[in-house]
Design a protein around this ligand. Sequence first.
Ligand code: ADP
Length: 445
Amino acid sequence: MMNSKPLLGCIADDFTGATDLANMLVRAGMRTIQTIGVPNADMFIDAEALVVALKSRTLPVQEAVDQSLAALAWLREQGCKQFFFKYCSTFDSTADGNIGPVTDALLDALGEELTIMCPAVPENGRTVYRGTLFVGDSLLNESGMEKHPLTPMKDANVLRLLEKQTDSTLGQIGYETVARGPTAVALAIAQLKSDGARMVVVDALEDAHLHAIGEACAHLKLVTGGSGIALGLPANFRRAGLLSSLKHTTHLPHHMGGSVVLAGSTSRATNGQVTLWRATRPSFRIDPLAVDRGEPVVEQAIEFFLAQTQPVLIYATSPPEEVDAVQRQLGTAKAGHLIEQTLASIARQLRMLGVNKFVVAGGETSGAVVQALEVKALRIGQQIAPGVPATQTVDGVPISLALKSGNFGRPDFFNEALRALNEGAPPASNAGDLIRSGPSKVTPT
Ligand code: ADP
């Protein structure tokens, strides 16, 4: 290991966004740990990049600012040299908007005058041209994002969006400059700084642009953007001799124990994954109406699990018409909460039986499971699918998790994820082995 203190400290405004960023940093060769919220005690940190996952995107402005400042303070205590504020590649913000105020607060706390704003993630079709954000071929405000229930995006111009969120002077660097490379971008940043700009929106149409922007930002204390801009930052530390030129292997240690797949997402991709699994493998369906009637669904799921000799899928996933019917009967929020809490209780009980590998489908569902398992921090391992890495808890007895937001992954994702989490680990049957062995033991790698 080259460096005992982390180099890059990141603050992400939601959980799956944090994982996406952490995955990107691992791919670029940084050993990365993601924490769930701001750790309140001293945690043993052995990583080159830290990502604090907040849930601040839709909070009232002052709460988002306070949480982000608390995350920054913790990252500074850990010794990070550069800081990154990660928001969504579609610049998701409420009508009040947290991105501007949080960026202002972070700049003030760091005593910095300027940062860049670059939401582009070209590999996912998010590009910025003339300060305007595109999703594939569509303007952001014609991409479907204008109908988002929490953060409807009704304008595609990042500068106009920011104007509503901050009094800071804005600047812009167009793609012609970015295409000329890192020196041109660095000169443009210096010029804008002397003109008094504080937040500079930078165009990016392809990964080469992100690498150039990243290099030009080597000396900025604060960088902000989508996960894409993180592509170019690790190379700065490598050039400065602070990061090994060898990319670390990201294989996580193997450990014995049982596995389960929990699905609470109702998205199209998850429906496909559930259908494929059910064709050949054991599965248990959670009926939201049975949960509402107070039937012992958790106990039934555990019984089913113990009766099988291979990994089981426990799912609430249903096609849209069934979800609609349940939501009409129970109310959307109540139905969601009931199912999340049911899957969380199942996860907790399976953990007590010795299950230590969890594949979870659904963003909110993942949040509920991670909370139920009292996960505080995750080491990020190899990528299973774009945006979904294998992860393992950092403190205590290890738990391995693959947490995917609804629409990620190919039809066979559940098998792929189980394989990734179980690589090298001896097989365990659900009943005998687990109950006898209790919570998992670590095996040397
Ligand atoms: P995604 O990442 O696909 O959005 P989430 O887990 O974030 O998945 O959200 C899915 C929501 O739908 C959760 O609150 C979950 O509890 C709820 N849900 C899951 N299955 C059903 C169902 N059959 N009927 C109604 N709501 C459901």
